[in-house]
Each structure stands twice: as C-alpha cells, then as structure tokens.
Design a binder for this molecule. Structure first.
Ligand code: MF3
Ligand code: CO
Length: 252
C-alpha cells in the first residue's frame, strides 16, 4: 500500500527537507581537496542536530544489509554509486563525490542526494553529472497526478541514453514519509503509461543513478554499491510530493 499524505503531513516533510537542504549546501561548500569523508560526515551530523533534526541514516539497517549503518551521511566516490561509508579518505582532485543525506524531524523523513566534482575532473565526469541532474529534472516534469511510475522511469532512462550513459537498474527510489523507505519502489527505467498511477498525496524519493560504463553492480566490503567495471557513477535525489496542481520539491 502506498500511504497518501495530507497537506499538513507534506508540510512536515518539507520541514525535514528544509533542514536537509541547508545542511547539504553547507557540506557541499566544505567538500574540497583535502577534506576527509569522515570530517564531512561529522560536520553533517552536528549541523543536522543543531537544526533540531536527527541523521536518518545513522543506525538504519537497509534491506539486505548485515549491519546497521554507522554514519550520518553516505559519501560515495567515483565507481561507488551509493551507501559509501565516510571513512578517513581525503578528497582528491578528479574525484566524483556523491553525498546522500537523510533527515528525521518531528516524525517525518526527507532524503536527498547530490554529486560534486572535486578539482579538475574528466570531461566524461562532467557530462555524466550533467546527464544525471537532467534525468532528475526531466523526471520531475512527469510528477503529475495521472502520470505513472513508468513515465518517470522511462524519462530517466531516455535522458541517460540521450547522453550516451546507462541507468543502474539494481538500485531504486522509494516512497518516503513516516518511514525512510515506503512503497512504492521507483525504478529508473520503465514504460510510458505503465505502472502505478500518481495521485495527490504521494511523496516520492526519486533518485536517478547513472554510469559511464556497464550498468552491472557489485557490493563492496563496506556494503556500498559500486559499478562492476569500475566506471564512474553519478546520483541525484529529491523528495517530491505529488499535489493536485503538480508537484512540490521538499528538499530544496
Ligand atoms: N539514501 C538511501 C536511499 O535513498 C538510504 C541510505 S541507507 C543507509 O535509499 F544505509 F545509508 F542508511
Ligand atoms: Co533515497
């Protein structure tokens, strides 16, 4: 069952989203050559708590994971797509850094991710990030009552292909609200007019993940997910509410 949210509930999720987007902006500014992933994580935790929220990922146990997650954000470098653990590794010129944030505030969750280019990066990296951001932007245009999850997935994959990239099929977006992960599962591919119909009150975490090489994935020792062939990946995510008029991005 896909839980529908009232206007009040959507406003609450937007409060969590506001904390999230502010902290994300601050951490993005600190993501410079020489900064360690662990430093970014600790700073994010401090800032989220200062704003009255809680880091949603800390101690969260994702489906299929052996252990609860031991940090506040995910920091995934280069071939790592998601769930990268913020360790002592320092950022270097050429890195493609994916930061994923979850905030819990007054009973509700918000979830968003961004990809940051560190120093001088390759042309492919630049284009991949541009394509992934565009895929999310295009997906948002399909966020209207009456459209379907298939329309969203189709649009994401169409955008990826247009740029010459692939979507990661084994990782998905999700509903969000009183839980971090709710129904429905949101695939980054699909068929037009197929799948669940969007309704006002749905709140969705839409998260295109693209790769510059093969779309096959492997799980690493820290339980992060990476491309099997070591190719670069990018990830953007927003928490979005479907309304009567269209959609609201709750994490900006
Ligand atoms: N942000 C991830 C998602 O969108 C969830 C991270 S799970 C954790 O599904 F393990 F990092 F906590
Ligand atoms: Co998510």
């Amino acid at each position: 069952m896909v839980p529908l949210k009232t206007f009040e509930e959507i406003s609450e999720i937007a409060e969590a989203g506001k904390i999230l987007s502010r902290v994300m902006a601050q951490i993005t500014m600190e993501a410079k050559i020489g900064a360690s992933l662990k430093f970014l994580d600790k700073l994010a935790e401090t800032l989220i708590r200062k704003a009255g929220g809680e880091p949603a990922f800390l101690n969260y146990k994702p489906d299929g994971a052996k252990n609860p997650y031991g940090a506040s954000i995910c920091a995934s470098l280069n071939e790592v797509i998601v769930h990268g653990f913020p360790n002592e590794r320092k950022l270097e010129s050429g890195d493609v850094l994916k930061l994923d944030f979850g905030v819990f505030y007054k009973g509700f969750y918000a979830d968003a991710a961004t990809t940051i280019l560190i120093g001088r990066v390759s042309g492919t990296a630049r284009l991949l990030v541009q394509a992934t951001a565009k895929a999310l932007e295009q997906a948002l245009k399909k966020c209207k009552a009456g459209k379907t999850l298939g329309d969203i997935g189709f649009e994401i994959e169409r955008t990826a292909k247009k740029f010459g990239f692939k979507v990661v099929k084994g990782l998905t977006g999700h509903g969000i609200g009183r839980e971090l992960h709710e129904e429905p599962t949101i695939y980054n591919f699909g068929e037009k007019r197929k799948g669940l119909k969007l309704e006002p009150g749905m709140v969705l975490a839409i998260e295109p993940m693209l790769t510059a090489g093969s779309d096959e994935i492997i799980q690493l020792a820290d339980e992060s997910w990476a491309t099997k062939d070591g190719s670069l990946s990018a990830h953007f995510e927003h928490t979005v509410a479907i309304t009567k008029e269209g959609y609201l991005v709750l994490t900006n």
